[in-house]
Design a protein around this ligand. Structure first.
Ligand code: PMP
Length: 413
């Protein structure tokens, strides 16, 4: 199906009915939820899968011989297989359950980078990263003496590819890049970057937090070594996410956290470690979270990720066109390829005040630095207002946003 016909066939009103939370009123107005980049809402299918698990299957995983423990283990490991299929990873040994993108990146920083990197080695990121893909590398640099390099972005919010390629050298050991920027919506040409990084002998981590709800991800075709994402951006629960890592790499990496489940044997003299992926999953995991995440993947794939993406592109184009016509409004982030994120400022109105006024109209947007302070510094602004779209948003939501912005302009005249 072409993108155009997929969008036309997409029935967002029907999708919306799957999300009970969206049926409520906020400040006496129907809720218009435009904050999916911060956290997506959950469809009934996810809520019910979690409820079913909690009601009928819950126990601790891996350790029990009784029926409930086996049911919980089956549900948890079934979710791992679901995530493997979602990413087209080769093996479930490559799927590590973590709390979210942040934990996934910290795991790679501490278990992959810290033991191997030292003075003279470089980690390369870009100017549009979320703090979760900056700070863990700064910590590793402080711990190991390696250096953090940053490829700049341009005024449209695109990574300057030539400059990034120019920063790659034999010293580069790891390139860590967002697949999609949360602050600006820029879709980064990560496949091209991965090819260039590999040709210099560097490994590649992709921060997929903002990509997975909008695009089908195939880690093998992207050619990345690590891929990180959070369940809650994907219409799944909070507190669960995935780190994909190539098996050969994970195999060589030492465990990050120690404790139950990640061991094979323990004596006071020495412990030996479990095999992949459990070597990286110390302690009782978020079992119902994994179950919910698997249900979210089923749900999104039942809608068709391409159809969702086409629908969101249509909303983004509509909203961009409408907002461009508002006097004093400036869109921040005008990359050629963007996901469903629209950051903007309104002259004379601090983004936080704007967010508050929009909230009184029932319109939920996010305001602030979006955990991307360097992006704000680059554009020389303290913050933006950000509307972001998900599978359940409609044209009516865009019109409600525009109307609420009209009210804000009246207030701030
Ligand atoms: N990277 C990006 C691009 C994000 O948008 C986010 C969440 N805003 C994160 C990383 C961190 O995700 P989490 O808080 O779920 O760990």
């Amino acid at each position: 199906m072409s993108a155009v016909s997929a969008a036309a066939a997409f029935d967002a009103e029907r999708v919306r009915a799957d999300f009970p939370i969206l049926g409520q009123q906020v400040n006496g107005r129907p809720l218009v939820y435009l904050d999916s980049a911060a956290s997506g809402q959950r469809p009934l299918a996810v809520l019910r899968a979690v409820e079913r698990y909690e009601t009928h299957c819950h126990s601790n995983v891996h350790r029990g011989v009784h029926a409930l423990s086996q049911a919980a283990t089956e549900a948890f490991e079934g979710a791992r297989e679901r995530a493997r299929r979602f990413l087209n990873a080769r093996s479930t040994r490559e799927i590590v359950f973590v709390r979210g993108t942040t934990e996934a990146i910290n795991l790679v920083a501490q278990s992959f980078a810290r033991p191997r990197l030292g003075p003279g080695d470089e980690i390369l990121i870009t100017g549009l990263e979320h703090h979760a893909n900056i700070v863990p590398w700064q910590m590793v640099c402080a711990q190991s003496g390696c250096t953090l390099k940053v490829a700049p972005i341009d005024r449209r919010g695109e990574v300057e590819l030539d400059r990034l390629l120019g920063l790659l050298s034999a010293r580069t050991r790891l390139v860590a890049v967002a697949h999609v920027s949360n602050a600006l919506g820029t879709i980064v040409p990560v496949k091209r970057i991965a090819e260039a990084a590999h040709s210099c002998g560097a490994l590649v981590l992709l921060d997929g937090a903002q990509a997975v709800p909008h695009t089908a991800v195939d880690v093998r075709s992207l050619g990345c070594d690590f891929y990180a994402f959070s369940g809650h951006k994907l219409y799944g629960p909070t507190g669960i996410g995935v780190l994909y890592g190539r098996e050969e790499l994970l195999e060589e990496m030492p465990p990050w956290q120690g404790g139950g489940d990640m061991i094979r044997t323990v004596t006071f003299e020495k412990s030996t470690y479990n095999e992949l992926p459990w070597k990286f999953e110390a302690g009782t995991p978020n079992i119902s979270g994994a179950v919910g995440l698997a249900a979210a993947m089923d749900y999104l794939e039942s809608l068709g990720i391409e159809a969702v993406a086409a629908h969101e592109r249509r909303l983004l184009a509509l909203a961009t066109g409408e907002l461009e016509r508002i006097p004093g409004l400036e869109i921040i982030g005008t990359a050629t390829h963007k996901a469903a994120v629209l950051s903007f400022t309104l002259r004379g109105c601090h983004p936080h005040d704007l967010g508050t006024i929009l909230d009184t109209e029932g319109v939920a947007i996010r305001t602030g630095h979006h955990c991307a302070m360097p992006v704000m510094s680059f554009f020389d602004i303290p913050a933006t207002a950000r509307a972001s779209f998900g599978c359940y948003n409609t044209e009516a939501d865009v019109h409600a946003l525009v109307a609420a912005l009209g009210k804000a302009r009246e207030v701030f005249g």
